[in-house]
Design a protein around this ligand. Sequence first.
Ligand SMILES: Cc1cc2nc3c(=O)[nH]c(=O)nc-3n(C[C@H](O)[C@H](O)[C@H](O)COP(=O)(O)OP(=O)(O)OC[C@H]3O[C@@H](n4cnc5c(N)ncnc54)[C@H](O)[C@@H]3O)c2cc1C
Length: 428
Amino acid sequence: MKTRVAVIGGGASGLTAAITAAREGAEVTLLERGHLLGRKILASGAGRCNLTNSKILPEHYHCGQKNFVKEALARFKAREILAFFSNLGLLTVEEPDGRIFPRCDKAAAVLDVLKAELERLSVKVLLLTDAAAIRPIKEGFLVQTQPGPAPWQKTQADPQSAGEFRFDRVILACGGTSYPALGAGEKAYDLAKSLGHSVTPPSPALVPLCVKDHAWKHLQGLRLQAAIQVFSQGRVISRSQGEVLFTDYGLSGPVVLDVSREAVLALRQGAVQGSLNLFPEFSPPGLKSMLLARWAAKAQRPLKDFFLGIFPSQLAGAINDTLGIDSSRTLDSLGNDVLTRLISLVSDWRFEISGARPWSEAMATAGGVDTLEVDPKTFESRKVPGLFLTGEMLDVDGDSGGFNLHFAWASGLSAGAAAAKYGKYEKA
Ligand SMILES: Cc1cc2nc3c(=O)[nH]c(=O)nc-3n(C[C@H](O)[C@H](O)[C@H](O)COP(=O)(O)OP(=O)(O)OC[C@H]3O[C@@H](n4cnc5c(N)ncnc54)[C@H](O)[C@@H]3O)c2cc1C
């Protein structure tokens, strides 16, 4: 008889888990509480799906257990994930920074090849089917389900969506707390907790940051290259360099998302400051001599023209407003202390981080099921034999750049293959 595997959650990790389990000969049922599979895949990478990265390294991940990610991804670098997708027919391209996208630039292409493979393997898919409770029994598990939340009147739950089903193995691939509109929520952790797992409290990661009393109100929508540092209790806790996006509430953009997890965690302990360097490509002496020479060359010109050709006028205006100096004054009428203050501002523009945007704008979840309780090779629970946990619901989150989807695909592939292996975990 075939091993009956339930995969709970039709996101990135659930889809790869279902595919490998079925390829290994299991009879697979995929339960998804939403009305569609792979909703986060479709939204990922702004609809382009940054599915992995050519530089998959443990330092791009954050996890409560130091070696978990290293062991978990030992067999899965970009090459293995790309081979999996290439085998499904997906063509991909790598960008100069290592991020990898489908060649057609459409996230839907990634989901399409996964769904076609599910169909080819005759995986049974139950949409609008919410796994409400899981009970280990002598020979496997009883999964109790209820209809998932229908998004509109016409969408009907599968008639089989409410009931109690018996499975030999269960893979929990329920995602994290980020983007509740795409199926996430803390309720999924209750399933893991009900089975004896501990959950590190989730907090938003890869999330834009709110800044207190900033001078950037008129800069909304402006993007530029900068370096950012985050300070807590007088020390640097996170730094990154790349594109920053100014917003009405504060800051967003890839580098801000990357430092956000540490900022959000530090805010629990007290005040958190940030610093922007608008000239990250210059050394401090190099910047000083460049701006000194420019100051001398433009001595007869007004302060408002000093950054012409370097920054857009609204940013130059915000710099002058912050310095609090009449910008129509010529440079030679201003003392050297103004130049010193100006250099300090553009290379170390301090601000106070007041919080983060809500879960509905966080692209990842820091925290989740404690990885000490999960085998990094198979993703099997160390608490409940035959139960597997994958993807974002684990206490693992990656930097922006394709690292989160990579972990989701990889954990699903490992768990699906292990879950399908009949006999290994037979209970007494
Ligand atoms: C807007 C956005 C853009 C992103 N872009 C990228 C990107 O470009 N690159 C990248 O690497 N990462 C990106 N991410 C992160 C990435 O999408 C996630 O890390 C990844 O999708 C997690 O996969 P998962 O399978 O663990 O969870 P999910 O994809 O969240 O899937 C979990 C599924 O489980 C279902 N579910 C939950 N509970 C139950 C239940 N009780 N019963 C049945 N079903 C249930 C949910 O409805 C959901 O469909 C992005 C995230 C967001 C929100």
